[in-house]
Design a protein around this ligand. Sequence first.
Ligand code: HEC
Length: 154
Amino acid sequence: MKIVLLCAVYLFVFQSIAAFAGSPVLPKGYLSWQKSDRKIETDKKSLFYGIHYMYADKKAMQGYGAGNKFPEGSRIVVEFFNIKGNTGDDGSKNMVVLMQKDKKRKETGGWLFAGFGADGKASGIDPVKNCFDCHQKEAAQKDYVISTIKDFKH
Ligand code: HEC
């Protein structure tokens, strides 16, 4: 019991330090959020080549419902998978990305952008060059969120 408690305290302190140091943390339990349709990108030149699923929390779903106007704190996660051989089935997970509405992040449109490996560890990707530039180009009129409520209707 003591050990469990100690571990919990360590984990809490560690996560707080990680958050404080600016290293983003993948939200726990996102697999139970609203899930999008299965998306397949077959263009090998695309960053999104492969299969992906988006997950939106309650606030983000409100944002989609309002025509892409997202309340502070909204979170959207995308999980990416390789395409398995010729079957077209989901292969192994290769990347996870997160957008979290955070008004302090002025340089990236009021969103935290973060990339993670399949293991959930922050990949240290540059959120302006590697994320925001493209989202700004694609969705400046949609609060920088490219997908819409239609992607969650199934
Ligand atoms: C080359 C363009 C491009 C780059 C670079 C890019 N994205 Fe995206 N992103 C997209 C597209 C296109 C979609 C919509 C996918 C769909 O509708 O299935 C998307 C969707 C998302 C979503 C779901 C919400 C939304 O906007 O639809 C998140 C979260 C996300 N990207 C985060 C990131 C992060 C974090 C990075 C940097 C590590 C990144 N993206 C880099 C094009 C890009």
